[in-house]
Every structure is written in structure tokens, then in C-alpha cells.
Design a binder for this molecule. Sequence first.
Ligand SMILES: [Zn+2]
Length: 359
Amino acid sequence: MQENLQKRQQKEQTFYRRTGSLFVSNVSLKYYKTPMDANLIDIIPYIAGENDPIGPGEVAHKLVIYIHPKLSQTGEDIICMEKTFKGARGKCPACQEYRRRVAAMMSEEEIKPFKVAGWPRVLYNVYDRKNPNSGVQVWNASSYLFQQYLDVIARRSSTSPGQQPENYVNFMDPTLEGRSIGFDKQGKNELTKYIGIHFEERQTEVPDSILEAAHVLDEIIAWPTYASAYEETWGVPYDDNDVPEGIASERTKKYDKEVKKVEEKSKPVEEKKEQVETDEEREERELEEKLAAVRKKKEAEKAGAKSTKEKAQEKKTSSSGCPHGHVFGIDIDEKPDCDKCQSWKECAKEADRLEREKR
Ligand SMILES: [Zn+2]
């Protein structure tokens, strides 16, 4: 089978330009959209190209790709080169970020978006037996929904042990030895299910025209480089440290903030080793830290968590003006500033007035 396939495909091999998201943009592809009712398809074999993880020149019938779902700046999937090629093509910026977040013990919510999907996407060249005029179509299927069950029936359908050297149904064989695959689709989107996946005897061979039209699947994929995956993940070019404020995406800003957070967490320990702090300096620093924390808390309290009544009250009273920013006529004698306050008398008057109002 391999020799024939190779001959057929030699003249067909085109090297597509790689741009855009999952698929290259300069080749028009027909996609197989599984109908709601019964499907009957043949999976068409081809000779793997240079970028197939199984190795170039091998007979292939599927391309397995691991992805980071919806992680790109435009909400599309990003191919995980690290997992797809088992590390042979270097690191993945999204996986690096995932590991960093795990190490920094961030919350599940913060970690999850960077996790590679456990079930890979599986691409096939499909020949629709119910609609043969549509030619070869590319099916981007979930291994969770399809390939894992296909594997099971391919093994189960084998004849009893000892009869055949291969314990596997070679369903992708384009002759009558191969099999068509039938199944029903149920549900849509996340609720999609493929049920009753089974093999059917072929009535006719896969036509030569279909075999020749099968895509070398690894050549229609826009494999990312490290730099392009980085850019898709963060929205800024890789290696560009000088990103103007306006261009940096929200996510990048968030990332920078989080990197700083982690760096700050690990910093003081290192610094302590290097410089010896006197007790006095330490006390001063601790006090400063405490004050900063109090200030921060106050600011946060100011920003929210005040009832409308409180706000209204504050507006009414503060208009008369406490020089220290406290609530005029209310906070009197409750703040350290009150001891030496120039407006103490006015404030006391206001406090009396408010007291009378209450009665
Ligand atoms: Zn990855």
C-alpha cells in the first residue's frame, strides 16, 4: 500500500505557506461537518510529511495535535508544540506559563487557562460515502469523542487470535480490505456525542481521485514557532521588552503584574542573605510595611464597601471640611489627628448639631 500511495502523492505534494491559526490560510480546505443523523465515512491514508510527529514518509491516516483551547488573543486554540512533538520541538510558552503558575501556587482559576487539553485534536482526510461528490474533506475531531472509540472497535473487530499476524483492523486500507465507518451524531457543541461507531464492509474501493486528493495533513497545519506561539499567547512579540503602554494587552499587563508578584515573593529571602540588617533598620522596615498595609486597606475600604447612607453622610459632613480627611462632626476625638486639630471647635459644634438632630 505504501509504495502506491507514495507514487500517487509525489506529484500532489505542495508546500503550503504557513500563516494564521490552526490551518494555513493559503489553501482552500473543505471541512467535514458531521451531520446530525447517520454518518458513513472512509478515512483516507496518506504519506506523512516533514512535520508529522510519527515521522516523514510513514503511511499515516490521522494527525494528532495537542492544543491549548481558546488561549490565543482572538480566542482560538494554540497548538502545543511541546506536547505534540513530545519535547522534540522545544518548549511551549503556554506550558511554561502553566508550570510557573503551578509553582507559584496560583489559584485553579488562574492556572486552568494555560493547561494543555488532555485529549488531543485528531485530523483526518474524510471521504463521505453518503455524499461522494464532496471529495476529500478535512475533519478536525476530538479524540475524546471519536478516536478513542475507533481504536477500541479496530482492536475488537479483529479475528480470533492466531488467525492473523496483525491484531488490528486496517480500516484505512483504500481497497475492499478496508472498512467504512458508520456512526450517529447527537447534540451540538459541548454536548456532541458520536454513538454507535462501527465498521461497515466496503462496496467499492476508495477512488484514485480521492486518494490523490488526500492532504498531507501536517502540511496544512500552521505550526507555530516559539515566537509566534508566544505572541498568540500574550499579544506582544516575543523578545520585545519595550512594549508601549497602549499596545500591551490586558493579559500582558496582568502577566507583568503577576511576574512581579512572584518575583517580589522570592526576593526578600535572597536579599536577607546578602545584607545584614541592624535591629533598628529592621524595626523601621517592619513599621513601614505595616503602615503601607494599613494605608492599602484604608484605600480599599474607601473604594468600596461603604453604604449609600454612609456616603451620603460623608458628603454632607465633609463638605464643611475636616483638614485631615476624616468625617467632620462624626469622627471627633476618635483619630490621633483630633488632639492638635485646628478645626476641633467647629467639629465639636457640628457633632453637637448632629446629636440634636438625632433626638
Ligand atoms: Zn503547551
